[in-house]
Structures are given as structure tokens and as C-alpha cells.
Design a protein around this ligand. Structure first.
Ligand SMILES: C[S@@+](CC[C@H](N)C(=O)[O-])C[C@H]1O[C@@H](n2cnc3c(N)ncnc32)[C@H](O)[C@@H]1O
Length: 271
């Protein structure tokens, strides 16, 4: 399906192509409050021009459009973009592109948004300078990133079950994820400042939910690329047994709740 981007972007493109349907069904709905909050914090309104980086299945882009702005979403996964197009109003444009090489002229947008994408970009510095280039002077960059704390007993139970099936497994994305940089507000703010944004600020808020049942919790736990790659590595002959054991492990926690801290970074592009 995808893309042929080099490096980390290419690897994430392939991984998200593979999991696009699972992402749309199991993950995106749990992010909806974050997508709305991005629009609020960026103060997006009618007539603005917005680019949504790492748009995925289009959750942020649809909220931006609902606020009356004109929005273009970009992503390296054609599989994610196919779902975004199929589930969005026709006015939203979706473009297969890499965040560090945006196919737009200088000063094209009032706002750039990015929902949980920066952690996938080990070349964050190049991405930020590209964001600055396409933003109008004093334009706003608003990005949500995972914060420093979380609790999700059912996901931990699935992870432990996966590790029993795949001892010695090495996370194929471990080297190219950049989560810590943005989980720590001080280092995230420093990076934005160093990239030519000022003022910069961060708001940390709690996102929480509860799964309807263990099957839903299992589906959510393996819908992303990291545990998804592990689940895919389990041989077909063992898959049924794995699923039954994962569900039993989730039931044993007697806790279908979860919460995560989310850092919302807001930064103004220096002229
Ligand atoms: C966790 S998903 C977030 C999707 C969406 N923003 C949301 O909040 O639901 C991360 C997305 O980043 C995309 N991605 C990863 N690296 C990228 C890059 N260098 N440029 C553009 N998109 C990228 C992936 O393909 C994936 O769709």
C-alpha cells in the first residue's frame, strides 16, 4: 500500500498501513477528547488555514473542519489516509507527505496541529523547522504528546502475556520512538524554543476511560504498531490460545479503567 519514505518515517508508514483499520476502530475513538482539546487550545475558528501533521485517520482534521477552518492533513501512511478520506467531509484535503518535507509554500498556514505524532519523529528538529517555515509569522503550533505518567492494568496484562509468548522480543520501534523528549515538559519546551518558537507553553491534562469488556481492552492493547507487531508475530496455531490467556489475564486485574497524562504544547512561530 504505502509510501516508500526513508528511515523512521518509512517504517512507521508500513506499520500504520498494517494496523489502520484496528487503529480507527479501537484507538481513535479514545483520543476524541484530545482532538477536541487541540482545537480549543489552538483557538481555531472559521476562515483559518490549518495543516494537521501525522493526521492518521483524520481525528484532529475533522474537529478542525467542524470549527469552520480549512484543513489539510498529511501522513506517511496511505492506509491511514484512505480511512481518513472515507470518514471525512469532502472539504478536507489529505496528502501523503512526511512532516520534515512539507509540500507547501512558506507561510501557508495560520495553525499547525499534531496529535500524538511528534513521538514518532526522531528528526524532530527538522520537523519543527519545517513547521515554522509553513506557518505564517506568529502562527500557532499545537501538539499533543504522551505525558510522564499513565495507568492501564489491562494493557499491562496483555503486555505480560505477549512477553510470555515471545521471550527476548526486541521492540522494533524502540530506537526510533522519541517519547521521553515530549513526556518531560521541560525538555519539550526547550526543543520548541531552540527551534525558533516563542512564547512556548505546556498544559498537562488527564485523559481517562474504561473498556466495556476484556475483549475491547485486548483489541485496544494490540491496535497500535508496538504490541500489534508482537501479536502479529504469534504463530496462527497459537493465536486462539494467546487470546484466551490475554482475556483471562485482563479479567484477573478486575480493572478495566485507564488514564494517561497528556502534554499539550502551544508555541508561536517567531517571525
Ligand atoms: C499515533 S498516530 C496519531 C494519528 C492522529 N494524529 C491521531 O491523533 O489519532 C501517529 C501517526 O503518525 C504518522 N507518522 C509517523 N511518522 C510520520 C512522519 N515523519 N511524517 C508524517 N506522519 C508520520 C503515522 O503514520 C501515524 O498515522
Amino acid at each position: 500500500m504505502t509510501s516508500g519514505f526513508a528511515g523512521a518515517a518509512g517504517r512507521f508508514g508500513v506499520a500504520y498501513d498494517r494496523r489502520a483499520a484496528a487503529y480507527a476502530a479501537a484507538i481513535e475513538p479514545t483520543f476524541r477528547p484530545v482532538h477536541r482539546r487541540i482545537v480549543e487550545l489552538a483557538q481555531i475558528g472559521p476562515g483559518m488555514r490549518v495543516v494537521d501533521l501525522a493526521t492518521g485517520t483524520g481525528g484532529v482534521a475533522r474537529e478542525v473542519a467542524a470549527a469552520g477552518a480549512r484543513v489539510t492533513g498529511i501522513d506517511v501512511s496511505s492506509g491511514m489516509l484512505e480511512i481518513a478520506r472515507a470518514s471525512s467531509p469532502v472539504g478536507i484535503a489529505y496528502v501523503l507527505a512526511e512532516a520534515s518535507a512539507l509540500p507547501f509554500p512558506d507561510h501557508s498556514f495560520d495553525v499547525a496541529t499534531c496529535g500524538f505524532g511528534l513521538s514518532h519523529m526522531p528528526h524532530a528538529r527538522r520537523v519543527l523547522s519545517e513547521v515554522r517555515r509553513v506557518l505564517k509569522p506568529k502562527g500557532t503550533f499545537l501538539a499533543s504528546c504522551w505525558g510522564p505518567e499513565r495507568s492501564n492494568p489491562s494493557r499491562d496484562a496483555v503486555q505480560a502475556t505477549l512477553e510470555r509468548y515471545l521471550p527476548g522480543w526486541t521492540d522494533p520501534f524502540g530506537q526510533i520512538m522519541n517519547e521521553e523528549l515530549w513526556a518531560d515538559p521541560a525538555s519539550g519546551l526547550r526543543n520548541l524554543r531552540d527551534a525558533g518558537f516563542d512564547p512556548v507553553e505546556v498544559v498537562t491534562e488527564r485523559l481517562s476511560g474504561a473498556f466495556a469488556d476484556p475483549a475491547q481492552a485486548l483489541g485496544r492493547a494490540i491496535a497500535g504498531p508496538t504490541r500489534g507487531a508482537m501479536a502479529d508475530a504469534i504463530p496462527d496455531t497459537e493465536r486462539g490460545r494467546f487470546q484466551a490467556e490475554a482475556v483471562a489475564a485482563i479479567e484477573a486485574t478486575a480493572d478495566l479503567g485507564w488514564w494517561e497524562l497528556v502534554n499539550y504544547y502551544r508555541a508561536m512561530a517567531l517571525p
